[in-house]
Design a protein around this ligand. Sequence first.
Ligand SMILES: Cc1cc2nc3c(=O)[nH]c(=O)nc-3n(C[C@H](O)[C@H](O)[C@H](O)COP(=O)(O)OP(=O)(O)OC[C@H]3O[C@@H](n4cnc5c(N)ncnc54)[C@H](O)[C@@H]3O)c2cc1C
Length: 482
Amino acid sequence: MPKNWLKGVNSAYDTIIIGSGLGGMTAGNLLAKLGHRVLILEHHYNFGGLATWFKRKGGHILDISLHGFPIGMIKTCRKYWSKEVADSIVRLKNIRFDNPQFSFGTTFDKEDFTQLMRDRFGVLRETVDDFFTTVRGMNFFDDLSMTTRDLFEKFFPGRNDIHRLLMEPITYANGSTLNDPAITYGIVFSNFMDKGVYTFKGGTDQLIKKMKKELKKNGVDVRNHCLVDKILIEDKVVKGVRVNGREIYSDAVLSNSNILSTINKLAGREHFSPGFLEEVSKVRLNDSSCQVYIGIRKGETIPNVGDLLFTSEEEEFTSEALLEPRTKSRTFSFYYPETRPGLNQYAIVSSTNARYSDWADLDETEYMRKKDELVKETLDCLEKYVPDVRSKIDHLEASTPTTFKRYTRHPGGVSFGTKFEGLKVSKDLPGQIAGLFHAGSVGIIMSGWLGAANYGVIVANEVDKFLRSVRKPEEKLEIVNV
Ligand SMILES: Cc1cc2nc3c(=O)[nH]c(=O)nc-3n(C[C@H](O)[C@H](O)[C@H](O)COP(=O)(O)OP(=O)(O)OC[C@H]3O[C@@H](n4cnc5c(N)ncnc54)[C@H](O)[C@@H]3O)c2cc1C
């Protein structure tokens, strides 16, 4: 008999959340704290969505999808999770760049970047200050026609080296390119420049375990191995979801699944107006990723070569080159024993941005060949920084856009949701179907760990307002425990 992952689930909730990414979980926690009955349904065995980890033989724990997030995550976690979660966030001090145009370490904050741009790149102090004031002042309502390329050309014309310094790390964090609206860059870059780059001490496994504990404490029903295949809608009103062959009812459904999957597959296009579908057709998915997970044998050590290394052999920076399957640009995240106290082991994760189309239609042999090539080229590059690293490794594996698709169900295995236009569609969803909401990586600015979590908060407040508007507390749906 297959296990019944819905055993004991209620017949109805106030809100059902589809997906346990940081957007879904943060929304779920806030809604529960606001007094609503919440069910989170996650199809994967693990929680966290892209913010997750896996274990392998040899004592390895390997994190997925994290280089770092801005300081704002501390406030978000303290306010919407717990002091314990917030107190585990620590700063990454040693961030390195190494490419044919420049090579140095940085604390990745405004003060250090100002000094670097002046002393190393020879930019006038006034220009640097003007640039920081401009990006800091950017907001959602600004002119969209200016691209990040235009912004850089305005302040640093023809300075591909400065464009690389400013853009490359942000591309790895949220998939944005020189062609995206400058406001998406300005908002995200300013967040990082505030006080540098942060991570979670203890690793993603500890973070998600703490979040799960908090969800349970606040009464959220959290289920894994539960794939939602339909959002139930009648006369443009949400009724609940179908999950693992069962119907469960709710007044609101918040989807943390990709916005296009939510509309086209889970809800069904027949429920939306032609004008809205026209907007939906213009939404472009963002890119995906490849990663190589490198476990260092217990007892072996590696020197401290920085926390985060942005390395490239490309002579000049282009956004496109970062996506090539045989890209010469990658980031390395180094996990030293102090990252996961108690484990006393080292690990390294390499990340590259990637296009789904370069990996999706390969036959098995070609796919495996390309994966082996990715691993080999990653190790060749790593050996420049950690000599003889190959002899210290006892676990190696790689993920590609098809891996990300399998585990998250996101179309194109997207790591960073959609381009900017997706945000409006996400926000307009409840105007089409009463009680249907979306939160999660979308529109670049609501992407990444902090963006997804903060969007979860924004949308949870909308859901709360909606639930309060549709009925009084004593009129709650009748619940049967099954
Ligand atoms: C390689 C890589 C590097 C990254 N680096 C950074 C970084 O340095 N800094 C940063 O801030 N961000 C980074 N990110 C991005 C960041 O991890 C994501 O933006 C963020 O975690 C997304 O959260 P989310 O709420 O959108 O949901 P997701 O993490 O996308 O989770 C959605 C969840 O919904 C579930 N789901 C989908 N459909 C269904 C369904 N029908 N039924 C049930 N469950 C469903 C999925 O299984 C998944 O668990 C990186 C991502 C990758 C891949």
